[in-house]
Design a protein. Structure first.
Lengths: 144, 142
């Protein structure tokens, strides 16, 4: 088998964090993917990438959550869960510490997701074209 | 230069499709907005982590007047028969991806198999759309 530089195993663990952050993944899983004990893995990861695997995984999740706050109209709780974090309270705390504002305030500072999404004009035209009405149909038969 | 931005896939239920493509296939949500001014049209796109500039639009089959009932029924029927669309995905390691997706509950209709162009496998989404998952052999190896 060809020689694999040790950092390759650490990179595999970091790639796992990037690709599967939405799962209930923890530092133990990352260490296992690198084939190292947790303590040894954390030390080596930090030496290779300059931050702990815990910090890397958390900031990846926060970065993804920030993107969802900008690009979707989903609730903060929903977004928290969909980036692999279980506790809304600690998500809000970590987010606020990192971005210096709450998830809700962060969202409010950006253009609404409906603008960022850039729904194609063909769909806007298709979905806003009104139903044709004749005079007879003008008044609904049932009272509102 | 012309580039591919989004490609659309009809789905019979956006929530179910969303859960499938994110929780099982491992994609992420790129956009999810519901527009009251467009009769609650929901623009929902997903794509793989790390490939930011291409996404799949998970499109609900519209009702009238956007699409007449007869056409909508035809689209639903074609989709159910598996002829409404295919997504071709590639992976660096077909066997590893097969194991990963199987563990998340994806049922493969075709397990990884050797083909002249690489290792190929396939499954369906809940709407019946066909998804290929291929490890493409480098041209030099073909």
């Amino acid at each position: 088998m060809a020689f694999v530089p040790p950092a390759r195993h650490l990179l595999r663990a970091r790639d796992l964090a990037d690709a599967r952050y939405f799962e209930p993944l923890g530092v133990d899983d990352l260490a296992a993917s690198a084939g190292l004990s947790r303590a040894h893995f954390s030390r080596e990861f930090k030496r290779a990438f300059g931050e702990s695997p815990h910090a890397y995984l958390l900031t990846r999740r926060l970065e993804r959550a920030a993107a969802l706050l900008r690009t979707t109209d989903r609730s903060v709780a929903d977004i928290c869960l969909s980036v692999g974090l279980q506790s809304i309270g600690s998500f809000t705390t970590s987010f606020t510490r990192t971005y210096e504002r709450s998830p809700t305030a962060y969202r409010a500072e950006h253009p609404p997701a409906s603008q960022a999404a850039l729904v194609p004009g063909c769909l806007v035209r298709a979905y806003t074209r009104p139903q044709h009405r004749t005079f007879r149909e003008d008044r609904p038969t049932t009272s509102a | 230069m012309i580039r591919i931005a989004n490609a659309q896939l009809w789905v019979h239920d956006q929530e179910e499709a969303l859960a499938f493509y994110t929780e099982k296939v491992g994609m992420e949500v790129r956009a999810d907005v519901t527009l009251p001014e467009m009769d609650d049209f929901r623009w929902l796109t997903v794509g793989p982590p790390g490939q930011e500039d291409v996404s799949i639009v998970l499109m609900a089959i519209p009702g009238a007047p956007v699409m007449d009932e007869e056409t909508a029924a035809q689209v639903r029927e074609l989709m159910g028969k598996g002829f409404a669309g295919t997504v071709f995905l590639t992976t660096e390691d077909c066997h590893a991806s097969y194991e990963e997706l199987t563990a998340r509950g994806v049922e493969f209709s075709e397990a990884p198999e050797e083909r002249p162009y690489g290792i190929d496998s396939g499954f369906r989404d809940p709407s019946g759309n066909s998804i290929r998952l291929t490890e493409v052999r480098l041209p030099a190896e073909v």
